[in-house]
Structure formats: C-alpha cells, structure tokens
Design a protein around this ligand. Structure first.
Ligand SMILES: [Ca+2]
Length: 460
C-alpha cells in the first residue's frame, strides 16, 4: 500500500517500506552530464491497431497518440512468438534478455539483461508491473521492483495502480539525492492491462457504442482449419461461431480498458512534466504482443498472424525525429540494445537483438531483411519484403500472403500455380532462419493430422 505525503517515501529504504518495492541492484554514479531518462511502457496484449494516431479512428487514446505523433513508429515490429500458450512469458523474457525464444531459456543467471545494462550505465532502474507470466529472474536486477497484478485486477481500474506508483517514484526521484537527480532513471511500466479480464469503470465502457464498433476487416466466424492450438483458454473466451455481436462486445470492453489505461499513462506524462523531465526522457511504447479478438475467427494470441505478433514499437524523445514511420523490420527484443545504443551504454556482445538507432538517425533503411516467427512446434512463419509465408507442420498446410496488397491476410495465395517458385524460395528461407536461431522443429509431418475443425468438439 502507498502512503501519501513525502516524509519518508523516496529515500531508498523509506521508498521500499512505503511501497513494497523489492530492492535489487543499485545504479553506479557516472561522472559528466546526465544521460536522458528512459520510460519504457510495455502493455499486455495490446494490438498495434488500438491506438488512434496509428489509424484506428474509433478508439480514444490521446496520450498514446502524443507519443506516436512525437516519435518514430516501427510498424513491422514483432514478438517472435512463443514456446508456450502464455505468449506473454517468452515475449517478456526475450525483451528483457535481448534474445530469441530458442535461446532465451538457457541463459545463465549472470547473463546480460536490460536492467543490468542500465544499472551499469548509471541509471536508477525501477520496474512497476505484473508478476504473472513475466521474467521474474530479470526483475531482480532492477533497483526497485513492485508487483501490482492482483490488486489492479480486483480494483477494476486497469493501469491506475501502475500510474500511482510511477507518479510516486517520479516525485520521489526529484527529492532524494540518493535516488535521483545525480542519476537518470529507467522507469519500466509493465502493467497487466489490457489483458483479460477486460474490466473498465462503467463510464469508460459507456464511451463506446457496442453497435457501432467496426469489426476487424479480417473478422471471421471460424478459423478455416485447425492451427494446432484451438482448444486453449484464450480461444474459449467466446463460442464458435464468433458472432458479430459477441466480437463487438469483446472489442468494446477491450477499447474501454485501453482508453482508461491511456488516461492513467497521461497522469505519468503529467508527472514527468511537473518534475521538469519530460523533454529529457526517451519514451518507448510497445505491447508484448497483440491478440485476435475476432480476426481470422480467433480470440487469442496463439497464432502468427499480424494482429497477434506485430505489436509495433514507438520511440520518442531527445534527438529522435517527430511523427515518423519506419518501415524497417524489428523484433521486440531489439528494444534492449536500441536503448543501450541511444543512451551510450555498451551493448552486450552476446545479444541477438540489434540496435535500431541507425534507422532512427537515418543512417540505414533497415537492420534486418527477414522476420521469423514461431509458435510451439505447430506454426512457423517467415516474412521478407511484402511476402509472408505461414506453415502449419502438423497438418502440412501453407499460407502465402502479400502484406502490401493484403495487410489483413485475407487472400491466401498458396494454391496459385504462379506462386510455386515463391513458396519454394520462402520455405528455404524459413529453413535457413531455423538453422540461424537453432530451431529444430520439423516443417512437415509424415502422418499429418486432420485440418478440418470439428465444431461440436471445439464448443465443449
Ligand atoms: Ca501478453
């Protein structure tokens, strides 16, 4: 519980006592001019297209719009996928450790992580967020860490507690020399919103007319085949067929939570301005991955379509161009080396993530020409240029999409005879990426399962 007033809050010990933050490593004071602060906002299950300024005319997100308009947005920035249905976990491990999901689990405790690099660069590091399906081990490297999951969910105020504690931290940072002023801060907000249960205060729900919410262009009542993961929890959040009424209701609740959360983030931005640090803070915003909610007849994030894996990244702040869109490919695990690069901290040589700074500075058009996505051993995808190939090895099924002409992945071109060479080429690229990342999964089954979906079975 947070105690109001500032009598003892933000001395290191007092801050811990007052807020329940767990103490980890301390920053090392660096001589010379102070580096920019970093505020890294990682939302949970937030689709890239749920920000007004990114082109969703229906949703209200004035504060996230502010970041998008003042920075560079990477529109092809992917969660690489996951080794478990709780995709949050592998995604967050990859983000904290700067590694792909094929190697991230085998890292020794002393391996590089985001907070450790920022500590060494002289930052006071503070993480406020969820505990469930997070990289608990990496949290121990933060100077301060606190968990909010249960309280936040119980209260039905998604994002409020995270913002409360962030504001407390920022105000405390200005007052205690042991905490701040001498050292810049790295504040990482990783709250549980807008993950389900999606419960916003009623006045936020009332802002959205459930009958008018547009369905996603790739809305379908059913997924056309068994993608290997249709029986899990997320897919049971709505019955089959996914009716338009049901999906609109889910989207209304989702949007209401995002709007409420956006307002809470606005309080954090106000606190940054109040302490005079807004212009000296690099803002990074992404979701750990997206989600389907009716797209392709799916509800969850256990698939490799764009709405589920392409979460987008926006970076804004000192020295970063305003209102730009970057077409370059990125993985979310590029954020760690990118921030190190931006603040002049050494990038650990073992990382698989790459700095996006050459793109931000206009020195390079891209740092990757290929994106490889993987979900357990049941789905693989590869993207190069406008083309994306998806492969479902358990049923020997392939999809091919041209994302420039068909960004919503609705026209599968895999059976077009004039695409045979392209499929061969992209399959070889997929195999090459498998070798690169140490992925040993087979792309073909000798005894493939049934692709058709038995609806009676799935609705029980
Ligand atoms: Ca998530």
């Amino acid at each position: 519980m947070i105690v109001s007033g500032d009598r003892h809050h933000f001395s290191r010990r007092g801050f811990l006592r007052a807020t329940g933050f767990a103490a980890g490593a301390a920053a090392q004071t660096m001589p010379g001019a102070r580096k920019p602060n970093v505020l890294f906002i990682l939302t949970d299950d937030q689709r890239q297209d749920t920000v007004h300024a990114r082109g969703n005319a229906f949703i209200q997100t004035p504060n996230l719009d502010g970041i998008v308009r003042s920075g560079v947005s990477f529109g092809s920035a992917y969660c690489m996928g996951g080794f478990s249905p709780a995709v949050c976990l592998p995604s967050r491990m990859m983000i904290h450790r700067g590694r792909s999901w094929f190697s991230v689990r085998e890292q020794p405790k002393e391996a590089p992580n985001f907070a450790r690099s920022m500590n060494r660069a002289g930052y006071v590091t503070c993480r406020i967020g969820k505990r469930n399906n997070e990289d608990i081990q990496s949290h121990q490297s933060f100077t301060f860490n606190t968990y909010v999951d249960q309280e936040e969910t119980r209260a039905g105020t998604p994002g409020k507690l995270v913002a409360d504690r962030a504001v407390e931290f920022l105000r405390g940072w200005t007052k205690d020399p042991a905490l701040g002023r001498g050292n810049p801060f790295f504040l990482h907000l990783a709250g549980p919103a807008p993950h389900d249960p999606r419960i916003a205060p009623p006045e936020y729900v009332a802002r959205y007319d459930v009958n008018k919410i547009p369905l996603p262009p790739n809305y379908k009542p059913y997924h056309p085949f068994d993608n290997g993961e249709l029986l899990i929890r997320d897919e049971k959040l709505a019955p089959w067929p996914r009716t338009e009424t049901e999906i609109r209701r889910h989207l209304r609740d989702y949007y209401a939570v995002i709007t409420y959360m956006d307002e809470q983030l606005g309080r954090v931005f106000s606190a940054l301005k109040e302490i005079g640090e807004y212009d000296n803070t690099i803002l990074v915003f992404t979701g750990d991955q997206g989600i389907a909610i009716g797209s392709h007849g799916l509800m969850g994030k256990q698939n490799l379509y764009e709405h589920s894996m392409n979460a987008g990244i926006t970076i804004a702040g000192p020295g970063i161009p305003r209102g730009n869109k970057a077409n370059a490919f990125a993985y979310l695990f590029d954020i760690f080396p990118t921030i190190c690069d931006l603040v002049g901290a050494p990038i650990p040589s073992s990382l698989e993530g790459k700095s996006l700074v050459p793109i931000l500075r206009g020195q390079a058009a891209s740092v990757r020409d290929t994106i490889f996505l993987a979900y357990r051993d049941v789905q693989r995808a590869v993207r190069r240029g406008d083309w994306k190939l998806l492969r479902y090895p358990k049923i020997n099924l392939t999809q091919l999409f041209n994302l420039r002409r068909d960004p919503y992945e609705t026209r599968d071109l895999s059976t077009d005879s004039d695409q045979a060479d392209r499929i061969e080429e992209l399959t070889a690229l997929m195999q090459q990426q498998q070798r690169l990342f140490g992925d040993t999964a087979s792309l073909t089954s000798e005894n493939p399962g049934q692709a058709e979906v038995d609806l009676q079975y799935f609705n029980h």
